[in-house]
Design a protein around this ligand. Structure first.
Ligand code: PLP
Ligand code: TYF
Length: 394
């Protein structure tokens, strides 16, 4: 029966990971998949995560099922981390999910269940998985302008004009911080203007926040999500713990639904638990438990926050090193956007041909749309990349 299956196009980011592995050149530089790497190229286990794992190993006396929504303690801790006190708790429903991707998937399913005809407005460009999951679920994606190819900043006028096309019953998907793949972000005044459009149109926002703490700081990065959630009647938030806790393979995420009132909250909570049951029953618990332990223990939390700040600081420093080196080599400020962007990624704005040229000539691996993972650099490779960019005539 399975001869009817078709081969599927590979995920371009994951395919690039394999190409990098297969390249024998010792000087190769991996700026592909979005994982944090330290100066030695290692993706470390964070100190607080190691400590929590140790404690958990000593103290945990059962691995019996949790609940369909996961451990409520995890939801509480994560709601506090993401939303702070922006929204009254009796309006907030949440379920643990397998990673942020699981939260995105469940959010789309919830939207489709409530309104099969809903259109989901997505930034152009966006994380490729948004588009592929929407397409897989048979849902309509509508692009809104987001990135100005010339300035490499947000095309804010284009964005506002396009999201005005959303109607009540549509959804506008927004990246909470550290936009993937561009690195270009709205300022708070611009977020307020987006909120105004959402209120005007009645479209429901969905926020994907996968990099809280990687941009301007934990609280700062949550600011836009809190602004949106406290301003609109309903919204969905898909939060990932993969990056800011460095627990990628533990598959830890949370889907939050902010409802109009506590009655609607109950319906949301039941429906989210129902969706978990249909898809996988109980969500993974190990990573969620580590996160909960860290967020609820003052010493672990302080250490986690300190290490997250080191991670954030190292990416900011690499950004300014790269922008500085390119300024020196080009004699112009045209690469200044690299220091303005936030998070792991910057879209360089090189053509696909130049991306291939840099890979073939210099062993530099960036995604085909010229997205670079800044954390893949170090003090030695910054000048190598800068020279390759200038040599390629970007
Ligand atoms: N959303 C965005 C925009 C991402 O870049 C990612 C990837 O890290 C995710 C969601 C979800 O990641 P994960 O499923 O690994 O938690
Ligand atoms: O954009 C990235 O590189 C990360 C990791 O199917 C990722 O978000 C990439 C592809 C994918 C899942 C996660």
């Amino acid at each position: 029966m399975f001869e009817t299956l078709k081969t599927r196009p590979a995920d371009s980011i994951l395919a690039l990971m394999q190409m990098y592995k297969d390249d024998p050149r010792p000087s190769k530089i991996d700026l592909g998949v979005g994982v944090y790497k330290d100066a030695t190229g290692l993706t470390p286990i964070m100190r607080a995560v190691k400590a929590a794992e140790h404690q958990l190993w000593e103290a945990q006396d059962t691995k019996v099922y949790t609940g369909l929504a996961g451990d409520p303690g995890f939801s509480d801790a994560m709601i506090q981390l993401v939303l702070g006190d922006a929204v009254p708790r009796d309006k907030v429903a949440a379920v643990a999910t397998p990673g942020g991707t699981g939260a995105v998937r469940q959010a789309f399913e919830l939207i489709r269940m409530a309104r099969p005809e809903a259109r989901v407005f997505v930034s152009d460009p966006t994380w490729p998985n948004h588009l592929s999951i929407l397409s897989y679920l048979g849902m309509e994606a509508v692009n809104y302008r987001y990135f100005d190819e010339d300035t490499r900043a947000v095309d804010f006028e284009g964005m506002i004009a396009d999201i005005k096309g959303a109607k009540a019953g549509d959804v506008v998907l927004l990246h909470g911080c550290c936009h993937n793949p561009t690195g270009a972000n709205l300022n708070l005044a611009q977020w307020q203007a987006v909120v105004d459009v959402l209120l005007e149109t009645g479209a429901v926002p969905m926020i994907d926040i996968a990099y809280q703490g990687f941009g301007d700081g934990l609280e700062e990065d949550a600011g836009p999500t809190r602004l949106v959630a406290s301003s609109v009647p309903e919204c969905l938030i898909a939060a990932s713990c993969s990056k800011n806790f460095g627990i990628y393979r533990e598959r830890t995420g949370l889907l939050i639904a902010v409802s109009q009132n506590s009655e609607a909250r109950k319906l949301h909570q039941d429906t989210l638990a129902f969706l978990n049951r249909q898809n996988f029953s109980f969500p993974p618990d190990h990573g969620a438990r580590l996160v909960t332990m860290i967020l609820n223990d003052a010493a672990l939390k302080a250490d986690w926050m300190a290490e997250l700040e080191e991670v954030r600081g190292s990416m900011l420093s690499l950004r300014s090193q790269l922008a500085g080196e390119l300024q020196r080599l080009s004699g112009s400020d045209r690469f200044g956007f690299l220091a303005e962007h936030r998070g792991m990624f910057s879209r360089l704005g090189a053509s696909p041909e130049k991306v291939v040229e840099m890979r073939e000539t210099h062993g530099i691996y960036m995604v085909g749309d010229s997205r670079m993972n800044i954390a893949g650099l170090n003090a030695e490779t910054v000048p190598v990349l800068a020279k390759a960019i200038i040599d390629a005539g970007v």
